[in-house]
Write a protein that binds this ligand. Structure first.
Ligand SMILES: Nc1nc2c(ncn2[C@@H]2O[C@H](COP(=O)(O)OP(=O)(O)OP(=O)(O)O)[C@@H](O)[C@H]2O)c(=O)[nH]1
Length: 302
């Protein structure tokens, strides 16, 4: 007698300190760059979803911003967002990088996880295993196992693609039985405008120094097909900074930096839209937008 194969579907999320490698892991798992990544902490500000569709399962991965001690209104909103995601998923992967000691920040997140999602299974993931020797990976797994009880412990290297499939299998195993939630071929349900704004922000963040990243936001103000052309899209994006000095940094000498940012972002947006793109970037100062409820709402951080 044969039984019908089981199909599972549901939601997972990656949790961890900023820079733990969550977005990179999500991208490796989905196979397409959905969430943006950078070497600056706190790059991710939205619950971007990556969708893995395979014959036996559909896993929707929700990427959350790195947790941190909130210092601004934006910080508080981000933490609220993270918590609302936790209580809404079937399985959580708690990530720590192999090359950094587990510290109070990690323990705080773990404690909050236990409080906010007491019944959700949590997998312990050691990321960036390619950065250290195998014995250090083993030591980190041991250290992680002392933090709390995990449903599974998994070492991964998103950059080398090592163990990413294993992690995916373990996440899928924790999903309930159910039909597909999204059509085949869909990798994210983020609106295209959001993905475009994120691509611009990613390009603008590249190479800037410490304090700017948190002050930078981007928003698509208009996106229209060029009249009479089906192969060209006009895209208008505003980049927000908090101070004049930051505007000068983003623009660069005679706007040379902005031009380079535009060139890089345009290539990615063309890939995304499948048309040629005319990209118009405009930099504007929105004073202290991270602390201003009205501005936060306008930029979509409700
Ligand atoms: N060597 C190595 N580097 C990695 C790996 N995964 C991520 N990184 C790097 O670590 C940095 C942070 O990665 P992200 O994926 O942006 O980290 P995140 O946890 O999503 O960060 P936030 O968005 O700030 O929460 C980037 O420079 C990545 O290239 C890995 O498997 N190996």
């Amino acid at each position: 007698m044969t039984t019908a194969p089981v199909h599972r579907s549901g939601f997972a999320c990656f949790v961890g300190r900023p820079n733990a490698g969550k977005s990179t892991l999500l991208n490796a798992m989905v196979g397409t760059a959905v969430a943006i990544t950078s070497d600056k902490p706190q790059t991710t500000r939205r619950a971007v979803r990556g969708i893995v569709t395979r014959p036996d399962a559909q896993l929707v991965v929700v990427d959350t911003p790195g947790m941190h001690k909130p210092r601004t209104l934006l910080g508080e909103r981000l933490d609220d967002l993270v918590r609302s995601v936790w209580s809404d998923v079937d399985v959580i992967a708690f990530c720590v990088p192999a090359d950094e000691a587990i510290g109070p920040g990690d323990r705080r997140i773990v404690a909050e996880l236990s409080e906010q999602a007491p019944r959700t299974p949590v997998l312990g993931v050691v990321t960036k295993t390619d950065k250290v020797r195998p014995d250090a990976v083993a030591a980190q797994l041991l250290a992680l196992s002392a933090v709390r009880e995990f449903a599974e412990l998994v070492p991964v290297s998103a950059v080398r693609g090592e163990q990413v499939g294993v992690l995916c299998d373990l996440l899928v195993a924790r999903l309930p039985e159910g039909p597909r939630l999204y059509p085949d071929g869909e990798v994210t349900d983020e609106p295209v405008e959001t993905r475009i704004a994120e691509l611009v922000r990613e390009a603008a963040l590249d190479g800037v120094r410490d304090e700017l990243p948190h002050s930078l936001a981007a928003q698509v103000t208009e996106m229209v097909p060029r009249e009479g052309r089906d192969d060209l899209t006009d895209v208008y994006v505003t980049i927000y900074v908090e101070r004049d000095s930051q505007k000068a940094i983003v623009l660069g000498h005679r706007a040379s930096r902005l031009v380079a940012v535009g060139r890089r972002a345009r290539a990615r947006i063309e890939e995304l839209l499948g048309t040629r793109v005319y990209l118009d970037l405009h930099v504007t100062v929105a004073k202290d937008w991270q602390r201003d409820p009205k501005q936060l709402r306008r930029l979509g951080f409700d």
